[in-house]
Design a protein around this ligand. Structure first.
Ligand code: SF4
Length: 380
């Protein structure tokens, strides 16, 4: 059964966007940058820490309610800056507990984020772009094309809104960057977002609770490998030959399988961790026993685990979902050869929040691809 909730005003839940979009957005900055900015305009650094705590620990973006700042400092901050936040416009609930959120940004653009309960942890799947430039052949978001990158305020803002709406603000939750967009195509904003999320003065979500999913932007993966703050890595593989992958995941024409797998091999994975390889199963395309055996060979010397995602078919996507026997046979072939494998249960399909079903259409969202897929996913 599908239930819909509409919530346009968020004053009651303390998320108040500024209409003055020309001012610098404090929510785009990690705490050291915020402290530096305050200092540069003559405000003490400790005021920056107070503001940071209000935004991320208390969920308050209205400066006039930041009671420990004092009227003079409140007025000075409001005159110079704004604090941006996505506005919740619409929410759908799946019978399985998955919730899909349509969020409006300051300029009127819309994005989607998904909450997936009990997987076994609570998981927020968030977007990094409006649309996507990668044009994967089985993905509705890809069909939208690329509109723009999200800012850190818009990326972290999704987490703040979802944490508030789900009552999980003070609980432990996981975050997957698997919604709309290719996170590594928006590298700097995503890394700033990870630093903001991890900050102990704020939401305190450690990198081990964050999974970044990429289709394989190799130079950005190499850069990520050198970062101090390292999320878990998921690679959307989906094919075992360049010929197949060129068609399904066009970025492969630029960074073919050999370069991608070599980068994965060298990626600094923590001792007990593995890179997750996502593999969407498309009936009659990449789901044969020969595909499974090639996948085993391809990942042979990589610290890998494989998540199989039977396609969530959608209008406009020219592929079908394989039957259960085919999915089982594929999974068993991988397991028999020693690969760790899981098959994602599709969740949120009744609200089009399942993998591959997210897409923003005009003023409404119909739900997108990888976001949906993730949402639908059965996270470990
Ligand atoms: S699968 Fe991911 S990277 Fe590919 S088009 Fe869709 S959103 Fe973009």
């Amino acid at each position: 059964m599908l239930r819909s909730i509409v919530s346009i005003s968020q004053t009651a839940n303390k998320i108040v966007p500024s209409t003055e979009t020309a001012l610098p957005d404090l929510a785009d900055l990690d705490r050291p940058a915020l402290e530096q900015l305050f200092e540069s305009v003559g405000l003490p650094r400790f005021r920056a820490r107070q503001v940071f705590r209000w935004i991320y620990r208390m969920g308050e973006t209205d400066v006039s309610r930041m009671t420990n700042l004092g009227a003079k400092v409140q007025a000075e901050i409001s005159r110079r800056f704004r604090i941006g936040s996505p506005i919740l416009e619409h929410q759908d609930r799946s019978a399985d507990g998955t919730r899909k959120f349509l969020l409006r940004l300051a300029d009127g653009r819309r994005i989607e984020a998904v909450y997936i309960p009990d997987t076994p942890k609570q998981t927020f799947c968030i977007s990094s772009q409006v649309g996507c430039a990668m044009d994967c052949d089985f993905c509705l978001t890809g069909k939208m094309g690329f509109t723009c990158h999200l800012t850190p305020a818009e990326i972290v803002g999704q987490v703040r809104v979802l944490a508030h709406e789900t009552g999980l603000h003070d609980a432990a939750f996981n975050i997957v960057l698997m919604g709309m967009g290719e996170p590594l195509h928006n590298y700097d904003a995503v890394m700033t977002s990870l630093r903001i999320l991890a900050d102990e003065e704020g939401l305190a979500v450690p990198p081990r609770r964050v999974t970044l999913s990429t289709v394989g932007v190799v130079p950005a993966m190499e850069k990520l490998a050198r970062e101090a703050l390292m999320p878990n890595l998921a690679v959307s593989l989906h094919a075992t030959t360049d010929e197949q992958r060129d068609r399904l995941v066009p970025i492969n024409r630029k960074y073919p399988l050999e370069a991608l797998i070599d980068t994965c091999r060298k990626f600094p994975v923590k001792r007990r961790n593995r890179i997750t390889f996502e593999y969407v199963l498309l009936a009659g395309v990449n789901d044969t026993p020969a595909d499974a055996r090639r996948l085993v060979r391809l990942l042979g010397d990589v610290k890998a685990k494989v998540n199989l995602l039977p396609l969530n078919a959608a209008p406009g996507i020219p592929y079908e979902r394989p039957d259960e026997a085919t999915v089982d046979r594929f999974a068993q072939t991988l397991a028999k050869h020693g690969l760790r494998v899981s098959v994602r249960k599709s969740r949120g399909r009744d609200i089009r929040a399942a993998c591959g079903q997210l897409i923003v259409e005009g003023k409404k969202t119909a739900a997108g691809p990888r976001l949906a897929a993730l949402m639908a996913a059965n996270h470990e």
